[in-house]
Design a protein around this ligand. Structure first.
Ligand code: SAM
Length: 288
């Protein structure tokens, strides 16, 4: 099958199958060989690797992955794409296509079956409408992972990478940075896709830490605290957390914990580092 990174070849496949793009599935297919090569090199794919691809589309990146990895598992929700993938990937015997929703499949089971439970790499041009649940789902369900190399909306890539004191800093930054080291490896303009998205895109690599950078007594409690802090971004932590449903901490407890950390009672969540959130969470957990 011809290289689908070349626009004419993608157009020929779309015409052959009278394919209708489904907006609801975030379908923007890559048509740029240099971007595809950049993703493969950023993910450092070798013949040892088992790769999970989320949303193969018509199989463009899957072809590149199949050439460089040992094994590829691609999960695609749109059943109209399955016969197309059978055609475009017919030359490869190291690709398994699963017709399912990535948010519903048991990825740990796939890793067990295809890679004996050893860490895999995730590579994807993600459907932008579910970027955060996909990434946080992979981390929080503790899928054995080396790295996640993904195309996302530029603005979302920025949010994953920034630190405190910037407008983009929030629960996603902290969630990602607890589990991985984020690095933006390429900015990608809309004309590299068919159809063109109406936002800029970026490729970001998240390299999984072996150990989290901070010690937390109760991970899920720290994330509940972080979410509550940014839900009410303009409020001080004392007011925001003291009122938050489900956290069961009082304003006095928050004030006392902040004091112990040497922080003023007027501090807002957007200025706290991951280390400070971990400390705050640990102090408030002790008070339970
Ligand atoms: N990988 C292809 C490429 O780069 O040309 C397609 C990328 S396109 C941005 C996103 C793909 O994800 C589409 O094929 C879409 O149908 C698929 N998709 C959307 N939601 C999904 C879900 N919940 N589970 C699995 N695949 C999904």
């Amino acid at each position: 099958m011809a290289n689908l990174g070349i626009p004419q070849n993608t157009i020929a496949v779309l015409q052959k199958y009278h394919f209708n793009f489904q907006k609801k599935f975030g379908q923007n297919f890559l048509i740029d060989t240099s971007v595809l090569n950049r993703i493969i090199s950023a993910a450092e794919i070798t013949k040892e690797d088992c790769v999970l691809e989320i949303g193969p589309g018509i199989g463009t990146m899957t072809q590149y992955l199949a050439e460089s990895a040992r094994e590829v598992v691609a999960v695609e929700i749109d059943k109209a794409l399955i016969p197309i993938l059978e055609d475009t990937l017919s030359a490869y015997d190291n690709v398994t296509v699963i017709n399912d929703d990535i948010l519903k499949v048991d990825i740990n089971k796939i890793v067990q079956e295809k890679n004996s439970g050893n860490p895999i790499k995730v590579v994807a041009n993600l459907p932008y409408y579910i970027t955060t649940p996909i990434i946080m789902g992979l981390f929080e369900s503790h899928v054995p992972l080396k790295s996640i190399t993904i195309m996302v909306q530029k603005e979302v890539a920025d949010r994953m990478q920034v630190g405190p004191g910037t407008k983009d800093y929030g629960a996603l930054s902290l969630g990602v940075q607890y589990y991985a080291k984020p690095e933006i490896v390429a900015n990608v303009p809309p004309n590299c896709f068919i159809p063109r998205p109406n936002v800029g895109s970026a490729v970001i690599r998240l390299t999984r830490f072996n150990e989290p950078p901070v010690q937390v007594k109760d991970e899920s409690r720290m994330f509940a605290l972080i979410r509550a802090s940014f839900n009410q971004r303009r409020k001080t932590l004392v007011n925001g957390l003291g009122n938050a449903a489900g956290l069961s901490v009082t304003k006095e407890q928050v004030r006392a914990a902040l004091e112990q950390m040497g922080l003023p009672a007027t501090v807002r969540g957007e200025t706290l580092t991951l280390k400070q959130f971990a400390r705050l969470s640990n102090l408030l957990t002790e008070k339970q």
